[in-house]
Design a protein around this ligand. Structure first.
Ligand code: ADP
Ligand code: MG
Length: 419
């Protein structure tokens, strides 16, 4: 075996040279692996989503440039991936580049590559994204954020299909299908002098618009099911009672599918395997618009307040420890849990979430009706247990460590259905 020093000596080059080569190879393979993410399915049976799927099938194999427009989180990148993986270019690379994330000075080298020594810090040749996408697809995300200088250079490449690596006098020919996307209204950008009209027409040969989630609320249950299954840590994915599902369908989803997937991830982590009802959901867990829907729902359907004798039963039942698991019992010799964070209008939601994840509910700033909250918790657990036992009362009673007759009284009290 050679020692690394000997290779350099044998070929008459310095170890510095080999380090540079190694860095280039690692860099290249890192960027290549970023291009190999498999495409996720596009979920949704609403009319706009069916139309988009059909459009993707129609235009996937064309080499014409696509411009995808839509709010953030509506699936622009997903559509770009689908166009690539359904085209005859699928075996070559899908190369994404976020124009808003690359510093202005590095953009040219990122897109077109550079030759060693082209500028300070250019220690080795670097292949640009256009060359990396040769035979495949280049996805220029947030194209509305590209500087005017770079817009000129991009237009030239799109017309001539040749790139000039920085510091090289020899242009390189590239065969690349370009898909661009933006959440901006490019016609407004043109009117305000921030986007070149000629580049807009060059990009907008095949326009695709991804609709906001609030305009296709019939897709929401399907998306929720998809993400609940994806994020389920236990074998049973979380599920939602009808009141909660109605609120999720009515909510405006300003962050679109990205926001939905993050919320389902949060619920799946904190309430793994449970059936969630809107009234029982701690308010800090909900985005602002959903909190409002929760308040409206609670006003329209107040949780039945427990009768005094029922209250006594609630605390005396052997299952009380289970029902009260959000408020852990103090063990002898154990340090009592610390007080909830300062009650103020600007409560720290992150702390709330951490406390809740540890099983500790925080006291809201204005206090709480303990009786009402207990009833909510009791109802939510009975609902979940009934659901898990497929409505079988005896099984549900065993699961909750309750007498069958007591459970039946509570089912009647909360007007819950059983089989
Ligand atoms: N119709 C859809 N079906 C399934 N997942 C979707 C859908 N639309 C968006 N997503 C998911 O939402 C997230 C945001 O999508 P993305 O394509 O990055 O949005 P954009 O580029 O428009 O901001 C991604 O995780 C993506 O997989
Ligand atoms: Mg995006």
């Amino acid at each position: 075996m050679f020692q690394s020093r000997n290779i350099g000596e044998t070929l008459g080059v310095s170890s510095h040279f080999w380090l540079n080569q190694l860095a280039t190879i690692i860099n290249f393979s890192k960027r290549l692996s970023q291009t190999m993410r498999p495409s996720s399915p596009i979920i949704g049976n609403s009319q706009p989503m069916c139309a988009i799927r059909q459009l993707i099938d129609t235009i996937a194999d064309s080499t014409a440039t696509v411009l995808i427009n839509g709010e953030s989180g509506t699936g622009k990148e997903l559509v770009a991936q689908a166009l690539h993986y359904r085209s005859s270019r699928a075996d070559a690379n899908f190369v994404p580049l976020n124009c808003a994330a690359i510093p202005k000075d590095l953009m040219e080298s990122e897109l077109f590559g550079h030759r060693k020594g082209a500028f300070t810090g250019a220690l080795a040749d670097r292949v640009g994204r256009f060359e990396l996408a040769h035979g495949g697809t280049l996805f220029l995300d947030e194209i509305g954020d590209l500087s005017l200088d770079m817009q000129v250079k991009l237009l030239r490449v799109l017309q001539e299909r040749m790139v000039d690596p920085v510091g090289s006098s020899r242009p390189v020919s590239v065969d690349v299908r370009v898909v661009a996307a933006t959440h901006r209204d490019l016609e407004v950008e043109i009117a305000e002098g921030r986007f070149r009209e000629d580049l807009y027409y060059r990009l907008n040969v095949l326009p695709v618009t991804t609709p906001p989630l609030r305009e296709r609320s019939e897709d929401i249950p399907l998306l929720i099911k998809f993400y609940a299954e994806r994020f389920s840590q236990k074998s049973t994915p979380i599920s939602f009672a009808p009141d909660f599902m109605d609120a999720l369908k009515a909510y405006q989803w300003p962050g679109n599918v990205r926001e939905l997937s993050n919320l389902i991830h949060r619920f799946s982590t904190l309430f793994a395997g449970q059936r969630l009802s809107l009234n029982a959901m701690p308010t800090p867990m909900l985005p602002k618009g959903l909190k409002k829907l929760q308040e409206d729902h609670a006003a329209a359907h107040p949780a039945p307040l427990a009768e005094p004798q029922d209250d006594a039963a609630l605390f005396e039942e052997p299952h009380a420890a289970d029902v009260l698991q959000l408020f852990p019992q103090e063990e002898p010799g154990q340090v009592p849990f610390s007080a909830p964070p300062e009650a103020s209008d600007e409560r720290n939601h992150v702390e709330d979430i951490i406390l809740l994840a540890q099983g500790i509910a925080t006291l809201p700033p204005d206090g709480v009706s303990l009786k009402e909250r207990m009833a909510q918790i009791e109802r939510a657990f009975i609902e979940q247990a009934l659901d898990r036992a497929d409505g079988n009362v005896s099984k549900t009673a065993r699961m909750l460590n309750l007498q069958r007759t007591t459970l039946i009284e509570k089912i009647d009290k909360y007007r819950l259905r059983s089989a």
